[in-house]
Design a protein around this ligand. Structure first.
Ligand code: 5GP
Ligand code: ZN
Length: 114
């Protein structure tokens, strides 16, 4: 999608350091971090929300969690713990309508998240 921030970042139209990239997804640092480590794991296909997932996307969604685990080990927060969050819809706090998984770590997490 031409006017999507995350599609633009993927194409290099908006500068962002890619912490990880492969054929299916990429990872960037959140511009407004909510924890000492706040990464966004972003499938490359323009899927607006979790509700728009199709069967063909499901292997990529599995890979999101594999990449989260790899990042946890690489960045050394696999023992202290981390949170993976996806907001689905404006009412849940989604502001960028290209599916992405927040990976938060480096501080104690509260529950419920609010
Ligand atoms: P959402 O609110 O949709 O769950 O999460 C969107 C996230 O994208 C927010 O945490 C916001 O800070 C982040 N974000 C929005 N625009 C940009 C950008 O241009 N670059 C980066 N790195 N993050 C962004
Ligand atoms: Zn997009």
């Amino acid at each position: 999608m031409s006017d999507c921030i995350f599609c633009k970042i993927d194409r290099g139209g908006i500068p962002a350091e890619k912490v990880h990239e492969d054929g299916d997804l990429f990872v960037i640092r959140d511009i407004n971090p909510q924890a000492p480590t706040h990464l966004l794991i972003i499938p490359k296909r323009h899927i607006p929300t979790l509700l728009d997932l199709e069967d063909a996307d499901l292997p990529v969604i599995g890979r999101v969690y594999d990449v989260a685990n790899r990042l946890a080990r690489e960045h050394g927060f696999e023992k202290s713990g981390y949170r993976v969050v996806v907001n689905c819809g404006a009412g849940a706090g989604q502001s960028v309508f290209h599916i992405h998984y927040h990976l938060l770590a480096g501080r104690a997490m509260k529950w419920p998240p609010g």
